[in-house]
Design a protein around this ligand. Structure first.
Ligand code: ADE
Length: 417
């Protein structure tokens, strides 16, 4: 079932075109791959449904897939992350359908996800697994015919592994998130920079001297903590995993429970992937003026219902910033409704890191199509050669050369003697 694009601001097409051209210049690995397969058209006749944040970087990926011959349907990955100018630009192109706009309701968001499923795709690309899970729950017949899928983010991989454990996976999935050239760079440096960018655009506060509390010391938490430290914050980390907590201590951060941290923090950023990281009792502890933001995929880490319940009033004070006045008189500022702060209040990760993430997406699509029918219904890691190739290409495009092992060195490493 082919659908017309549904977007909100078609008049922004030209602005979108300019943004995408800018991203193309900063995504040289993906652009080299685009060029490499342009003539061959390896995705001729392939239908792809994708649920991704509609950004200029996503546009470079979607255009690449369509130039390789695919018909692509693009749904959003979050109701608030779509850049309407980018959506307008993509919707003007042949073989690309977009159903996304910034500020969709929950119903509109899931309608777009279901429309993506209804395309009867050969390949499914997702960020967070709402599309994969919707296909598995509501479109099983369509799911059984899918060659395979890709998953962009940690939260989505966690959900797909749960489907796999329950023997419910309908098609093979490549955990693009787990590529080294993805999570070491995108999750760490991408989120590290763009989350702070979101907080600054929303508040313009000074980071230096603030007590910043980072919940979760996975790759995202590490990146955020590292960059906050660089800006002069006094960084506190909260964790549940003893090894990660120990790493945070030895990386030079203060580690304590959220109950303790909630009394002294000025800024709180959640990056755990779990629910209820900041709840009523923490909010009641907080200092007047505390700022809350979330960098995890879903808006479940800061319990916004708790915040609403213990507040007397709520007021939009700046774009993407809401002031809550609690019953105890203290003011708490929530950024971007507790959704992904980097995509709601800023523009997401910079093009340079998405270059590697989306080169992994593009090559994983080719891998799925080339291996159609041969893979088990499992969650796969990306092939090691793909990771190596992307790292090599990235270095090359940065003009950086590295040493090579001599034959003697290689033999030495291979010998048990
Ligand atoms: N996730 C985080 N940053 C992103 C970006 N710039 N584009 C698409 N998905 C993203």
């Amino acid at each position: 079932m082919r659908l017309e694009s549904k977007i909100k601001r078609p008049e922004l097409e030209e602005e979108g075109n300019k943004k995408i051209s800018f991203a193309e210049i900063h995504m040289p690995v993906l652009m080299r791959l685009r060029e490499k397969y342009l003539k061959e058209k390896p995705l001729d006749g392939i239908i792809i449904s994708a649920a991704l944040h509609v950004t200029k970087e996503t546009a470079v990926l979607i255009k690449t897939l369509s130039l390789w011959g695919a018909k692509v349907f693009l749904a959003p990955s979050n109701p608030l992350s779509t850049q309407d100018d980018v959506a307008a630009s993509l919707a003007s192109l042949e073989n690309i359908t977009v159903e996304a706009w910034r500020g969709m309701s929950k119903e509109e968001y899931f309608m777009a996800i279901k429309d993506a499923a209804r395309q009867e795709p050969n390949v499914v690309i997702d960020d967070g697994a709402d599309l994969h899970v919707t296909i598995h729950e509501e479109f099983k017949e369509i799911g059984r015919k899918v060659y395979g899928g890709n998953e962009e983010t940690t939260t989505g991989v966690v959900r797909l592994k749960a489907l796999e454990r329950n023997d419910k996976l309908l098609y093979p999935v490549i955990a693009v998130n787990n590529a080294l050239t993805k999570f070491l760079f995108d999750n760490r440096y991408g989120t590290g920079q763009s989350s702070i960018d979101g907080i600054l655009r929303a508040t313009n506060i000074l980071i230096a001297g603030k007590r910043a509390v980072v919940a979760g010391y996975g790759w995202v938490g590490r990146g955020i903590a590292m960059r906050l430290k660089g800006l002069g914050a006094r960084v506190i980390v909260t964790e549940v995993d003893p090894i990660r907590a120990l790493e945070a201590v030895m990386d030079g951060f203060e580690v304590m429970t959220m109950d303790e941290a909630s009394k002294i923090g000025d800024i709180f950023i959640t990056a755990t992937g779990d629910i209820d990281v900041i709840v009523e009792r923490h909010m009641l502890n907080m200092k007047d003026g505390a700022i809350l933001a979330n960098a995890g995929h879903f808006n479940v880490e800061v319990n916004v219902e708790d915040l609403e319940r213990i507040s007397d009033s709520r007021e939009n004070v700046r774009e993407n910033t809401v002031k809550y006045v609690l019953r105890n008189g203290k003011r708490i500022f929530l950024i971007g409704e507790g959704r992904l702060v980097n995509l709601v209040a800023a523009e997401g990760h910079p093009s340079e890191v998405m270059d590697m993430s989306f080169a992994n997406q593009a090559l994983s699509v080719l891998y799925l199509v080339n291996n159609g029918g041969k893979l088990d219904k499992r969650v796969y890691d990306v092939p090691t050669e793909q990771d190596q190739l992307i790292a090599r290409l990235k270095l090359e495009t940065m003009g950086i050369r590295i040493d090579e092992l001599s034959e003697k060195q290689r033999k030495y490493l291979e010998s048990y003697k």
